[in-house]
Design a protein around this ligand. Structure first.
Ligand SMILES: *Cc1c(COP(=O)(O)O)cnc(C)c1O
Length: 365
């Protein structure tokens, strides 16, 4: 079976980890600092702050803006649960705005109607590696004086109108094993605001600037030099990996031809980095998945249940009408697009999709 994702760990990562192990400094140290500088350079931001994972990145970004109980944060119903859960963790309330049916990202036209006197921030997600429509989101944020916290967990290296994601507001990245760049587990927060960066560093390290003096309530959310070493080796390959993902996606979109299958839409003004390559199947999705798996093609559904429909959110009574997200969640299937795919595997994937029998045959009189 062609796996849906595969971490590409090579001798560079192995050697980098060994060097750290032999250095005698294995907790947060100089490797983390170098990783942060390189990450900030890639995103074109003045600061990057490394943390334990992407969920913590989102949580700390919210805390750094003093968002908490009584506040509302506008976000998408169609994402990994961590997006909305980071808002819950602060005590604030997520407010779900439906998605654009082509990009599956937050629909900016629907945001103004969701704004109340309690709204403090907008948290768009650059889903599957395609940037959200940032221009109108920025415009709305300015008009209503809201913070922008980008969930860029799936979108390292992506750009919107030639500007890197993570540089529009405060950017939150994940370095989990399946992400385009990994450190096993890890997270990164990018910002141009020195006050936010300073607060993030305090929150990450027990509110401490000088050892054993504590200014605010902070946590231990630090990254280790071992992870940073893996992350740096990966970051050095990011551009090559990304170019390969984009080429793989282009191959699939060119070769998939099926009346019941919709290939991914790519906005003309973005660089979509294809963390996932997701088709929509109009017809029996379960049958399609069975046929693809039988043809040796691994699949996944990101995500089968929109966040407001999750048992946790129902129990909390957080209701939202998100008909577009509900429909897309029933139709999507992610196919392998990772940079380790061979040409033969790409051909096999396209052929398996083209052979699907999920639609009613057209009757010709
Ligand atoms: C992976 C992911 C996260 C969480 O990142 P972790 O590093 O797994 O905590 C958040 N949001 C989105 C959209 C993700 O894909």
């Amino acid at each position: 079976m062609i796996p849906i994702s595969r971490p590409l760990i090579g001798p560079e990562e192995e050697e980098a980890v060994l060097a750290v192990l032999r250095s005698g400094m294995i907790a947060q140290g100089p490797e983390v600092e170098r990783f942060e500088a390189e990450f900030a350079a890639l995103c074109g931001t003045r600061h990057a702050v490394a943390v334990m994972n992407g969920t913590i990145a989102l949580y700390l970004a919210l805390l750094a803006h003093n968002i908490g109980p009584g506040d509302e944060v506008i976000t998408t119903p169609f994402s990994f649960i961590a997006t909305a859960n980071s808002i819950l963790m602060t005590g604030a309330t997520p407010v779900f705005v439906d998605i654009d049916p082509r990009t599956y990202n937050l629909n900016p036209d629907l945001i103004p109607a969701a704004i109340t006197s309690r709204t403090r921030a907008i948290m768009p997600v650059h889903l599957y590696g395609q940037p959200a429509d940032m221009a109108p989101i920025i415009e709305i944020a300015r008009r209503y004086n809201l913070a922008i916290i980008e969930d860029a967990a799936q979108a390292i290296g992506a750009t919107y109108r030639d500007q890197p994601v993570g540089s529009f507001g405060v950017g939150c990245f994940s370095l989990y094993a399946t992400k385009n760049v990994t450190s096993g587990e890890g997270g990164m927060i990018t910002t141009n605001d020195p006050a936010i960066a300073d607060r993030l560093r305090l929150l990450r390290n027990h509110g401490s600037r000088v050892r054993y003096y504590h200014e605010i309530l902070g946590y231990n959310f630090r990254m280790t030099d071992l992870q940073a070493a893996i992350g740096r080796a990966q970051l050095a390959k990011c551009e090559r990996f990304t170019a390969q993902r984009i080429a793989n996606a282009a191959f699939l979109s060119e070769h998939i031809r099926h009346p019941a299958v919709i290939t991914p839409y790519v906005r003309p003004d973005v660089r979509h980095v294809f963390h996932q390559y997701t088709i929509r199947v109009i017809g029996n999705r379960d049958a399609a998945i069975k046929q693809l798996n039988a043809a040796g093609v691994g699949t996944a559904i990101f995500y089968p249940l929109p966040i407001p429909q999750q048992p946790l959110y129902r129990k909390l009574g957080i209701e939202a009408e998100t008909p577009v997200a509900d429909r897309i969640a029933r139709e999507i299937i992610a196919l392998p697009v990772h940079p380790a795919l061979s040409l033969e595997e790409l051909q096999q994937i396209a052929a398996a999709v083209n052979a699907l029998t999920v639609h009613e045959p057209v009757l010709v009189a």
